[in-house]
Design a protein around this ligand. Structure first.
Ligand SMILES: Cc1cc2nc3c(=O)[nH]c(=O)nc-3n(C[C@H](O)[C@H](O)[C@H](O)COP(=O)(O)O)c2cc1C
Length: 181
């Protein structure tokens, strides 16, 4: 049975966090274990670009990324849920991604499944959330992860707007059940 890491890109208990909880709850019914992390609420130093990890696959910093990396290695699928910010992924997710370089160096991200979900306040025809998804899939391409699904939620401004989009959530969860099995 697969294990799933859900990475939430917003610090507030808003749309991204509410969606993560919903996914976790529904996957649990299928006996799929998932872990939610919110990097923005953890202690994570910014990558300095020292490149030491290119030599030995280890980062010199001691912080919450050590347990995050252990979790990620345990999981077959990583689901990134980003609030769309300026048509891009959130800064917290980018900081998290930069600190995954030790796993790139040691080729431990290759072929791991990745799901890219973006959530924003704009309408579908603005393509803002689509662009945010692209910024997540660009990471998959560069890291050699296997992006198996992208999904966008539009019209989400306030904390719990996403919970009104029941049909979209159900459609997403049906797809995730197959991917994360
Ligand atoms: C700095 C900032 C930039 C944003 N830029 C966009 C944007 O480019 N497109 C969009 O659709 N929504 C944008 N939003 C709105 C958020 O994506 C939206 O409110 C989202 O639902 C927030 O997710 P959360 O509730 O998980 O924090 C922005 C919000 C902030 C704070």
């Amino acid at each position: 049975m697969g294990k799933v890491l859900i990475v939430v890109g917003s610090r507030r208990e808003g749309n991204s966090y509410n969606l993560a909880n919903k996914i976790k709850e529904e996957l649990k019914k299928e006996r799929i274990i998932s872990y939610i992390i919110v990097p923005g609420n953890q202690k994570i130093y910014l990558c300095t670009g020292c490149m030491d990890c290119d030599k030995n696959g280890v980062c010199d910093f001691t912080d919450d990324m050590q347990k995050n990396i252990d979790r990620l290695l345990e999981c077959d699928t990583v689901i990134f849920i980003t609030p769309t910010r300026w048509n891009l992924l959130s800064g917290d997710i980018k900081i998290f991604m930069d600190r995954l370089n030790p796993l790139y160096t040691t080729k431990k991200l290759v072929n791991k499944k990745m799901v890219a979900i973006s959530i924003g306040s704009t309408k579908k025809d603005v393509y803002s959330n689509f662009d945010a998804s692209i910024s997540l899939t660009n990471f998959a391409t560069a890291s050699k992860m296997d992006c198996v699904l992208t999904y966008e939620f539009n019209d989400c401004l306030n904390f719990k707007d996403i919970l009104k989009q029941e049909d979209n959530i159900n459609e997403l969860i049906e797809k995730l059940k197959i991917i994360c099995k």
